[in-house]
Design a protein around this ligand. Structure first.
Ligand code: NAD
Ligand code: TYD
Length: 349
C-alpha cells in the first residue's frame, strides 16, 4: 500500500498522522483530503507542505464523485479516515453536520472503495474512531474491544453509526478494514474549544476556566503523538477485520486536569504556582455529560507492542510549551467564525 488518502489531515490528530506518514515513509504518496472546516487549517502542516510525497485536496468527503475521481486517478490503495465533526458541545448545539460528515461522509468513502477495490488485493480502509461509542462507565471497569456500543451524545452516536457501517461493508463486500477506538487526545495543534487548549488560552487571557458541573467527570488522556504512532503500527501490522482500543491508562478527573494545567502554565511563565487556579469557575453541566471513560489497551500492547512514550506530566508540559510559543497560530485559527460559537457556549465571559 503506497498511495494513501488521509481524510481530515488538516485537523488536530490528522495533521499529526499526515506529518508522521510523510516524514517516515518518503516512498508513499500521501493525499490529504480535507474540507477545511473551522477545525481544519493548513497552518497545521506548513513544515511538511513542500515535501515531494505530500498532496492536498480541498474536498468534502460527502462529495462521492470527487472522492471517486481521486481514488481512480491516483490509484489509491489505502484510506486512513479521520475527517469528522469532533466536538461534543457542538453536536449538542447542532447535530446535523455530525450526521452529514460522520455518517454520510463515511458511507460516501465506503461506496467508492466498494467499487474501486472490487478486484484488488493489498488495500485497506482504516477507520479512526473514539472510545465514546461505548457510552459511560460507573466507578469501576474499563472499555474493551467487545464492550457493547452505547453512545449517548449526537457526536458519539454518529461515530458509532460510522463504525457499524465500516464493519457492515467489510462483512458484506469484503472490504479489508481495521478500526481503532481511542480515548481523549491532547497536544499541539488542538483547536482551542476542547478542554485543555481552551483552558490554556483562558489562563493567558486571565478569563474564567469553565468547569462543567463539579469537575468530577473522568476522561482518559493520551498525547496525540502517541496516538499517531499507534495508528502507524495498526495500519501496518493489524490483521484485517480487527479492532484496537488505544489509551494510555491515564484516567483523570477534569478538575485535576485543569489544576495541573494551571500549575504548569504558572511554572512556564515564572509566576507563583497556584495563581491561575483562582480562575477556576464551575458552570452549568453539559447535557447528558458522560461520567467516566477508561480504555483497556492491553490488546494493542500485547498484539502489536505499542505503548505510550510520555507520562501525562511530560505530555502536558510539551503541550503548554507549544501553546505559549505558538500564540499567533491560536490567533489565526480562532479568528472569524469561532468567536460566535464561544459566545453561544460561554456567554461573554
Ligand atoms: P478535528 O475536529 O480537529 O479535525 C477534523 C478534520 O476533519 C478537520 O481538518 C476538518 O476540516 C475535517 N473535516 C470535517 N468535515 C469534513 C468533511 N465533510 N470532508 C472533509 N473533511 C472534513 O478532529 P480531531 O480531534 O483531529 O479528530 C480526528 C478523528 O479522530 C475524528 O474522526 C474523531 O472522531 C477521532 N477521535 C478524536 C479524539 C480526540 O480526542 N480529539 C479521540 C478519539 C478519536
Ligand atoms: P472535551 O475536551 O470537550 O472532550 P470530550 O467531551 O470529547 O470528552 O471535554 C473533556 C471534558 O472536559 C469533558 O468531561 C467535558 C469537560 N469540559 C469542561 O468541563 N469545560 C469545558 O469548557 C469543556 C470544553 C469541556
Amino acid at each position: 500500500m503506497k498511495n494513501l488518502i488521509i481524510t481530515g489531515g488538516a485537523g488536530f490528530i490528522g495533521s499529526h498522522v499526515v506529518r508522521r506518514f510523510v516524514t517516515h515513509y518518503p516512498h508513499y504518496k500521501i493525499h490529504n483530503v480535507d474540507k477545511l472546516t473551522y477545525a481544519g487549517n493548513l497552518l497545521n502542516l506548513t513544515d511538511i507542505e513542500s515535501y515531494p510525497n505530500y498532496y492536498f485536496h480541498k474536498i468534502d468527503i460527502c462529495d462521492t464523485e470527487a472522492i471517486r475521481k481521486l481514488v481512480y486517478e491516483f490509484e489509491i490503495d489505502a484510506i486512513i479516515h479521520l475527517a469528522a465533526e469532533s466536538h461534543v458541545d457542538r453536536s449538542i448545539l447542532g447535530p446535523r453536520a455530525f450526521i452529514e460528515t460522520n455518517i454520510i461522509g463515511t458511507f460516501s468513502l465506503l461506496e467508492v472503495v466498494r467499487e474501486a477495490w472490487k478486484d484488488k488485493k493489498n488495500v485497506r480502509f482504516y477507520h479512526v474512531s473514539t472510545d465514546e461509542v461505548y457510552g459511560s462507565l460507573g466507578e469501576t471497569g474499563m472499555f474493551v474491544e467487545t464492550t457493547p456500543y452505547d453512545p449517548r451524545s449526537p457526536y458519539s452516536a454518529s461515530k458509532a453509526a460510522s463504525d457499524h457501517l465500516v464493519r457492515a461493508y467489510g462483512h458484506t463486500y469484503n472490504i479489508p478494514y481495521v478500526i481503532s477506538n481511542c480515548s481523549n487526545n491532547y497536544g499541539s495543534h488542538q483547536f482551542p474549544e476542547k478542554l485543555i487548549p481552551l483552558c490554556i488560552q483562558n489562563i493567558l487571557k486571565n478569563k474564567p476556566l469553565p468547569i462543567y458541573g463539579k469537575g468530577e467527570n473522568i476522561r482518559d488522556w493520551l498525547w496525540v503523538n502517541d496516538h499517531a504512532h499507534a495508528i502507524d503500527i495498526i495500519f501496518h501490522q493489524a490483521e484485517n477485520g480487527q479492532t484496537y482500543n488505544i489509551g494510555a491508562h491515564n484516567e483523570q478527573r477534569n478538575i485535576e486536569v485543569v489544576k495541573m494545567l494551571c500549575d504548569e502554565v504558572d511554572r512556564q511563565r515564572n509566576i507563583p504556582v497556584g495563581t491561575s487556579q483562582n480562575l477556576i469557575t464551575f458552570v452549568k453541566d453539559r447535557p447528558g455529560h458522560d461520567a467516566r471513560y477508561a480504555i483497556d489497551a492491553t490488546k494493542l500492547q500485547k498484539d502489536l507492542g505499542w505503548k505510550p512514550s510520555v507520562t501525562f506530566e511530560q505530555g502536558l508540559s510539551h503541550t503548554v510549551k507549544w501553546y505559549l510559543e505558538n500564540q499567533s497560530w491560536v490567533e489565526q485559527v480562532t479568528s472569524g467564525e469561532y468567536q460566535k460559537y464561544y459566545e453561544i457556549q460561554y456567554g461573554d465571559r
